[in-house]
Ligand binder design. Structure first.
Ligand code: COA
Length: 159
């Protein structure tokens, strides 16, 4: 049974993230979506909210569990018996940070590999920050997020 971990801040989860998870489930038996507490960012949505939204957005994708995690990603992978980390590459600009992250994780845990997937073309420009900004300024984000995420924005609890 091959398990992969897809970690991120997911503040909030977007259709781009969901597209990547769906792709990953075709490659692995189980995909653990790890919603990180320790990311170096100050998320706008709380951890419970981010987990809840990810669960709703991914409810129809079989073979996926959404779990919050604190501490190191490599420790989280070990807890879930996962030797693969999935990360998305949208553009060349993602590469530098992702290369650093993958290299550091490899140094911390040489037995864990990072695999990069690219999202569908129509999602290659989405980021959680842009989605939050558009929603905050009253724009329509329905094309980029699950309806439940949009509802949360509309209720102004998460902008
Ligand atoms: N579709 C849409 N957006 C995507 C995307 C996709 N397929 N892939 C990435 N993004 C966007 C995200 O929305 C996010 O945008 P934002 O910066 O505007 O919020 C950005 O790209 C990257 O975010 P994400 O993929 O969620 O990852 P992250 O960089 O926030 O997560 C962790 C970093 C969680 C993996 C990292 O901090 C970590 O491992 N933390 C645990 C602690 C640890 O082990 N630290 C040591 C690491 S060596």
């Amino acid at each position: 049974m091959k398990t992969a971990v897809y970690p991120g801040t997911f503040d909030p989860i977007t259709n781009g993230h969901s597209d990547l998870v769906a792709r990953a489930t075709r490659l692995f038996d189980r995909v653990v979506v790890g919603v990180a507490m320790d990311t170096g960012k100050t998320p706008v949505c709380g951890i419970d909210e981010r987990v809840q939204l990810a669960r709703v957005a991914l409810a129809d994708v079989a073979g996926v569990v959404v779990v919050p995690f604190g501490g190191l990603l490599v420790d989280f992978c070990r807890q879930h018996d996962a030797q693969i980390v999935i990360r998305g590459l949208r553009a060349v600009s993602d590469f530098e940070f992702e290369f650093q992250l993958a290299s550091m994780n490899r140094r911390l845990a040489p037995d864990i590999e990072t695999i990069f997937l690219t999202p569908a073309e129509q999602f290659s420009f989405i980021s959680s920050t842009l989605v939050r900004e558009i929603a905050r300024l009253g724009g329509d984000v329905s094309e980029f997020v699950h309806p439940e995420v949009q509802r949360l924005f509309d209720s102004r609890r998460c902008t």
